[in-house]
Ligand binder design. Structure first.
Ligand code: GLU
Length: 509
């Protein structure tokens, strides 16, 4: 590729960013970085009726949390904005009208004066006959527009400030040959297209016009976006032709499907099955409703990136764990799948589990220490790090640590009933008292040495491990779970071990 690759993520700030949107941002980022190009964030806020307070900040904060930085965006420094900015369409609105008028002058667009009521009437009449009303070549001369009215009538309406829209004049009887990097060649019959509105008399362009003008002015080379925009591709390609601009290449990413594989993944699926569909928590500014987010649910940003990358793409090898840099290297748009990508909440957890195993124990412990604080436990980072090292293989999230490790910090206050019945037999109390004495006598209190001494004692006494080890665990932990018993003993120390043994004898004996 000779020209520099430039791609953009162009969300509309109409609410929190769905993970499908995050994946679009990610694929744009990966493609840009793979080709040494630029990744832009452009806020498409031309539809003021759908504007939601806080949504733009949410989008930016999500990209920051996920660590997929853009090279140019609405909050970039002025030097960066100078050439291609501003990056908010509402701040570019002075630009679009001239472009719409150019299209009228060149015969590619026209004024339309049909009122919303008139259009509704047409729609209703069509519906009654079982048809759909499409504003295009087959009826445009029967409707109220600058193609059907005389130039004087049109001028009069404009002078009278009548409301109008500018519509694109879709060509008739043409087989449009479109290209999509992921989907290959697509042929569309131009006769099925409607004359889309490009500009409204309130001075605002519609998505279609603003999107094409901006992609052109921002030197965008590749448009990578969700499949829901595929139906707009023909119009967009025609707009480039109408302006006599070189069109970028297009790639439409597959939908993210519900866990059942049927239909698009929605917030409702997440609510029902208990997983987030947003990167971060979102509080609706109108209703105050809070939607959960991956960040607050304890997911690591790199795990989220990794599972999103695999929604609709894979490298064609067995490798599943990829850092962002590795993804940049491996990513190819040609390998993105055509079919929808089924979302699997268990797989997302699996990813978090894998990433948790790779994380530094001390970093994890620093998060754990604050959870411990909430439980009223004061501890030091070193001890907490060692505990984390012993239990993390069973954890998916830092929030699992307390459940998995509370006995490293506090003695059990009860003993699981079934286990107690099964493990605490007639002589158990006596054995536990004797083990307490053995433990008091151990000098080298490393896990290995405690194990050697205790096991030796069991053999010498010819007791069998089954009589001693399970009740020993029950006394220390309160139930039959946890890592290696001797690791627990070494960690909690001699006094605490002995005290727990005595307490169990008192309670269960
Ligand atoms: N503003 C559109 C959206 O919200 C952008 C679509 C595109 O990338 O062209 O998804």
């Amino acid at each position: 590729m000779s020209t520099k690759v430039r791609v953009r993520f162009a969300p509309s700030p109409t609410g929190p960013l769905h993970i499908g949107g995050v994946r679009t941002a990610l694929f744009n980022y990966l493609f840009a970085k793979k080709h040494g190009g630029d990744f832009l964030l452009r806020i498409e806020d031309t539809d003021q009726t759908r504007f939601v307070e806080g949504a733009e900040k949410y989008i930016i904060d999500s990209l920051i949390w996920l660590q997929i930085p853009y090279d140019e965006g609405p909050d970039s420094p002025r030097e960066v904005q100078e050439k291609y900015g501003p990056f908010r369409q509402s701040e570019r609105k002075y630009l679009y009208e001239d472009y719409a008028k150019t299209l009228i002058e060149n015969g590619w667009a026209y004024y339309a004066f049909d009122t919303p009521e008139e259009l509704d009437e047409h729609r209703k009449n069509h519906e009654e006959k079982g048809k759909t009303f499409i504003y295009n070549w087959h009826n445009r001369l029967k409707l109220k527009n600058s193609l059907s009215l005389s130039p004087e009538e049109v001028q009069k309406k404009l002078d009278d400030n009548e409301d109008y829209v500018i519509r694109f004049k879709c060509p008739q009887d043409e087989k449009l040959q479109l290209k999509d990097i992921i989907r290959g060649d697509i042929e569309i019959d131009s006769n099925i297209l409607d004359d889309k509105v490009l500009f409204k008399s309130d001075g605002m362009p519609t998505y279609h016009l603003a999107n094409i003008v901006d992609d052109h002015l921002m030197d965008i080379t590749h448009v990578i976006r969700g499949e829901e925009w595929l139906p707009s591709l023909a119009l967009h390609v025609l707009l480039y032709r109408a302006f006599d601009w070189k069109a970028p290449e297009f790639a439409h990413l597959p939908l993210i499907l519900k866990p059942t594989g049927k239909g698009k993944l929605s917030k409702r699926d997440g609510d029902k099955l208990g997983f987030p569909v947003f990167p971060m928590e979102w509080k609706d500014p109108k209703t105050g409703d809070v939607s959960r987010g991956y960040r607050e649910d304890g997911y690591f940003h790199d795990a989220v990136i990794n599972f999103l990358a695999f929604l609709g793409w894979n490298p064609g090898t067995e490798q599943e764990i990829f850092s962002l840099d590795e993804l940049v290297n491996a990513f190819e748009l040609e390998k993105v799948h055509k079919g929808g990508a089924r979302f699997d909440p268990d797989k997302t957890k699996w990813y978090n589990h894998q990433y948790l195993q790779q994380k530094d124990n001390e970093m994890l412990a620093s998060k754990f220490v604050s959870i411990l604080g909430e439980q009223g436990v004061n501890t030091n980072l070193e001890y907490a790090s060692q505990v984390v090292g012993l239990i993390k293989e069973r954890a998916d999230f830092v929030s699992d640590f307390w459940e998995l490790a509370s006995f490293f910090f506090v003695a059990p206050d009860s003993y699981e009933e079934k286990a107690a019945k099964k493990q605490w037999k007639e002589n158990t109390s006596e054995y536990m008292n004797q083990i307490a004495d053995v433990i008091i006598g151990i000098e080298d209190f490393s896990s290995e040495n405690i194990e050697t001494v205790v096991k030796q004692w069991i053999s010498d006494k010819e007791l069998g491990f089954g009589k001693v080890m399970p009740p020993l665990r029950l006394a220390l932990v309160g139930e039959m779970k946890g890592p290696h018993v001797f690791d627990i003993i070494a960690m909690i120390g001699k006094d605490e071990t002995v005290s727990r043994l005595k307490k169990a004898v008192e309670t269960l004996g």
